[in-house]
Write a protein that binds this ligand. Structure first.
Ligand code: SF4
Length: 439
């Protein structure tokens, strides 16, 4: 059985170094890594060092030595990292050395010495694009593992059952991220709506208050921290209804990423999907009535074993009727160790191709019409990139998650910087993107 790669983290030094450590942990956690409390359980140990005073240097070198003795596989980052020669002279066997605030290099060093285990059907960040997030947004992982047993997925085998983090730890991490410049939090897990179930929604103290480890309570608290809060991997359970009120109040973005994977009851049953018996179409329509701006992003698998033409038609109808604003699609392929591999009714590759093309066409039409409704509106966008030579900014609206959704292309973007949240007026659209000018 493949294990989730485990990292031990030793963090020394000032509060800034701690923020760096948190940021590194946030990123690695989002990429499927877990953290070990002791040296022995870790596949690699990351030592975030301090090099401000001689005594701090000494302490850092000793910490590296201890990690090498106890574990043997050590990556060094932080302030002492600028003195690579000193570290190499004292501890020649460290695997890699990076300096302070170099999230990108430290995460690359971890990837090199302890590769992540991606799962293409369920990971938000695609295998090809495991890049680090820019500093204005961050993935916030609220739990590990999963209690569901979808037949195409091996995540529970790799990462175990649902293990929720206490609410206070998540909120402190979110606060730290916001302090370090993050303006958008992307809440992720394998099943966000199940958050807290395993720990019986236990309360923990945050700013002197008891906060429940519950989907609604956590979303509400996160919404009060002042950053955009985007919810990923939510299943359409009845208790999710309550979050609409947080969206209507502007605490949480009007956006839900619900990986439906299919719409036909018989395929969903064969997939053993959570919430497959819920009245999903009515629920989504009802949510959209309550929060007219709600964008639903989803992912679908075509060509799952046993999927008939009728099942597939049902899926296309669902995308149109539920007006799934953003849809991604995978052609089914077996994942080593997944129970679905033994299901009868293998769908031929050419049929998968056809269905994929058809689904993408339907999804594009829906997306185009949904985006067309935004033309003429003045909206807030967050800026991911600037192209000074074209006087253009590449931004996203509240309806777009980074990496997977569309963009807002802003012209006449004089003075706009990466990470800014600015008001723009939407002038045009295509199938995926909006075009705008500053308002
Ligand atoms: S919900 Fe299903 S697909 Fe997602 S991680 Fe859990 S078992 Fe895998």
């Amino acid at each position: 059985m493949t294990q989730a790669p485990k990292i031990g983290l030793v963090s020394l030094g000032c509060p800034k170094a701690l923020v760096d450590s948190e940021r590194i942990m946030t990123t690695l956690r989002a990429q499927g890594y877990s953290f070990s409390r002791d040296y022995a359980g870790a596949d690699v140990v990351l030592v975030n060092t301090c090099g401000f005073l001689d005594s701090a240097k000494q302490e850092s070198l000793e910490a590296i030595g201890e990690a090498l003795n106890e574990n043997g596989r050590v990556i060094v980052t932080g302030c002492l990292g600028v003195e690579e020669n000193l570290i190499r002279e004292t501890h020649p066997s460290v695997l890699a050395i990076t300096g302070p605030h170099q999230y990108e290099s430290v995460v690359s060093a971890v990837h090199e010495h302890l590769p992540p285990v991606p799962n293409r059907f369920v990971d938000l960040v695609p295998e090809s694009g495991m890049k680090l997030t820019p500093r204005h947004y961050a993935y916030l992982k609220i739990s590990e593992g999963c209690n569901n047993r979808c037949s195409f997925c091996i995540i529970p085998q790799i990462r175990g059952d649902l293990a929720s983090r206490p609410a206070a730890g998540i909120l402190s991490e979110a606060e730290g991220l916001i302090r370090s410049g993050v303006k958008e939090l992307l809440v992720i897990s394998q099943d966000t709506s199940a958050y807290g179930l395993d720990i019986k929604y236990a309360t923990s103290k945050y700013r002197g208050r008891d906060v429940k480890a519950k989907f609604y309570d956590l979303a509400k608290e996160l919404g009060q921290l002042g950053a955009w809060v985007r919810l990923h991997y939510v299943y359409p359970y009845p208790h999710v209804d309550a979050v609409m009120e947080l969206m209507a109040d502007g605490l949480v973005l009007p956006y839900l990423d619900i990986p439906f994977q299919h719409a036909s009851p018989q395929v969903l049953k064969a997939m053993r999907r959570p919430a497959h018996q819920e009245k999903t179409l009515n629920r989504i329509l009802d949510w959209k009535r309550q929060v007219p701006d709600l964008t639903v992003r989803s992912n679908f698998i075509v060509g799952f074993p046993g999927e008939t033409d009728d099942d597939f038609e049902m899926l296309l109808d669902f995308i149109e009727e539920a007006e799934i604003d953003r849809a991604g699609c995978f052609k089914y392929e077996p994942v080593t160790g997944a129970p679905a591999n033994d299901l009868p009714g293998v769908v031929p590759d050419e049929v998968k191709e056809e269905r994929f093309a058809q689904l993408m066409e339907v999804a594009q039409n829906v997306s185009f019409h949904q985006l067309q409704k935004k033309v003429g509106r003045t909206i807030d966008v967050i800026v991911d990139d600037v192209r000074p030579e074209q006087n253009r900014a590449i931004a996203r609206s509240k309806w777009d998650a980074p990496e997977i959704d569309g963009q807002v292309i802003v012209d006449n973007a004089d003075g706009i910087k990466i990470g800014d949240i600015v008001k723009v007026t939407v002038t045009d659209n295509d199938e995926y993107d909006l075009f705008a000018t500053p308002a």
